[in-house]
Design a binder for this molecule. Structure first.
Ligand code: ATP
Ligand code: MG
Ligand code: FE
Length: 332
C-alpha cells in the first residue's frame, strides 16, 4: 500500500510517501530553524504560520519526488499529537482535506510512535524490543512486546534530554538548537568537570535531567564570578558524559531485565554521535540487535509517520472527520 504522511507537530513541515511500511518513495522536510533561531527557541505562532505557508508545496513535492499522484494513494496519515496544537492543526486539516477530496482513509499517528517506527525504515523488528526515545520533548524507555504495542517502562520526571541539551547550549551562548553544537564541542573536550548523574531509585527506569542542567548553569555562573575559566569543549564533554551514561546504563539494564532481542534508539538526540557510539560499544558483542536510524530519520520527518501509519493501516485504525490535534496525547 502507498501512504502519504504529514508531520507538523513542531517546527518542521514534512511530507513523505511510504510504500509497504518501510520503503521511502519520498521524504520532504522544510525546516523553520532559521526563523526561530533569533528567538532562541520555537515560537508557536510563528511555527503555525510557516506550516500554513509551506504545507501545500511540501505535500506536492513529496508526491512529485515519489512519482505518484493522489489517485495512487491508499491512505493519508498525519501526526495527531503530541506537539504544539496550532502547528498540529495545520497538518491535521491538510490531511483531512486530502482524504476527504480523494475518498481516502485518514490514519492518525502519535508523534512518538512515529519516532519509534523510524526503526522499521532501517530494519524489520524483532520482538520483544526496547526503544529508547530521546527527543526535544520526550525521554522514554518503551517496551514493544509485539507490533505497535507500546508500554512505557520509564520516562523523564522533568526535562527531556534534548531540552537539557538546548538549555545548556544556551548557557554556553550557542544558538538554537544546541544539541548538534554540544555534540561537536564534546568531541574536542575532556570530561574533567564532575557533573551529577540522576540514577533515581534502585530499579527505576525513569530519568531526570533538570538537576544536571542546573548544575551546569550554576557552575558556569559561579566560574564567571570567581574569574575561573572553563573551556566550552570541556563543559560540553562533561555534560554529555552525564547524559549518555544514564541513558546507556538504564537501556542496558532494561534490555537485560526484559530479555529483548532488539534495542532501537530514536528521536532527535539519537543523532548524537557520542550516544550512538556508546550504544554500539554496549551492544556490539551481544545477542541484542542494535538499530539506530540515520540522522535524517532521527530528527522530525514524515517518513517515520508513514512507517507508523502502516501499522494503523494493517489494524484498520482510522480517524473520522472530527480528528483534532492534541497537545498531550497518550502513546498509541
Ligand atoms: P518531541 O519529538 O519530543 O515532540 P521534538 O520533535 O521537538 O520533540 P526532535 O525534533 O525529535 O524533538 O529532536 C529535537 C531535539 O534533538 C532538540 O532538542 C535538539 O537539540 C536535539 N538534537 C538534535 N541533534 C542532536 C545531537 N547531535 N546531539 C544532541 N541533541 C541533538
Ligand atoms: Mg524540530
Ligand atoms: Fe520529534
Amino acid at each position: 500500500e502507498i501512504i502519504l504522511a504529514i508531520e507538523t507537530s513542531c517546527d518542521e513541515t514534512a511530507a513523505a510517501v511510504i510504500q509497504g511500511g518501510s520503503s521511502i518513495l519520498s521524504n520532504v522536510v522544510a525546516s523553520q530553524i532559521e526563523s526561530h533561531q533569533r528567538f532562541g527557541g520555537v515560537v508557536p505562532e510563528l511555527a503555525s504560520r510557516h506550516h500554513t505557508e509551506n504545507i501545500t508545496w511540501v505535500v506536492e513535492e513529496a508526491l512529485t519526488d515519489a512519482g505518484v499522484i493522489f489517485a495512487d494513494l491508499d491512505a493519508v496519515a498525519v501526526t495527531a499529537g503530541p506537539g504544539l496544537v496550532g502547528a498540529l492543526l495545520v497538518g491535521v486539516n491538510a490531511a483531512k482535506a486530502i482524504a476527504f477530496a480523494h475518498g481516502l482513509p485518514l490514519l492518525p499517528v502519535h508523534h512518538i510512535a512515529g519516532h519509534i517506527q523510524a526503526a522499521r525504515l532501517e530494519r524489520p523488528w524483532h520482538y520483544p524490543a526496547l526503544a529508547l526515545v530521546v527527543s526535544g520533548g520526550h525521554t522514554e524507555l518503551v517496551l514493544l512486546k509485539d507490533e505497535g504495542e507500546y508500554e512505557v517502562i520509564g520516562q523523564t520526571r522533568d526535562d527531556a534530554a534534548g531540552e537539557a541539551y538546548d538549555k545548556v547550549a544556551r548557557s554556553l551562548n550557542l544558538s538554537y538548537p544546541g544539541g548538534p553544537q554540544i555534540d561537536k564541542l564534546a568531541r574536542e573536550g575532556e570530561t574533567i568537570i564532575p557533573f551529577p548523574i540522576a540514577w533515581l531509585e534502585e530499579g527505576s527506569y525513569d530519568f531526570s535531567f533538570s538537576g544536571l542542567k542546573s548544575a551546569v548553569i550554576n557552575k558556569l555562573h559561579n566560574a564567571k564570578q570567581k574569574g575561573e575559566v572553563f573551556r566550552k569543549e570541556d563543559v560540553a564533554a562533561s555534560f554529555q558524559r552525564s547524559v549518555i551514561e544514564v541513558l546507556t546504563e538504564k537501556t542496558k539494564r532494561a534490555a537485560a531485565q526484559y530479555g529483548v532481542k532488539q534495542v532501537v534508539v530514536v528521536g532527535g538526540v539519537a543523532a548524537n554521535k557520542g550516544l550512538r557510539q556508546s550504544m554500539k560499544d554496549i551492544f556490539s558483542n551481544t545477542e541484542v540487535e542494535l538499530t539506530i536510524p540515520p540522522l535524517a530519520l532521527c530528527t522530525d520527518n514524515a517518513a517515520m509517520i508513514g512507517a507508523a501509519a502502516h501499522i494503523q493501516w494493517k489494524k484498520n485504525i482510522q480517524a473520522d472527520w472530527n480528528l483534532n490535534g492534541k497537545a498531550d496525547l497518550a502513546l498509541f
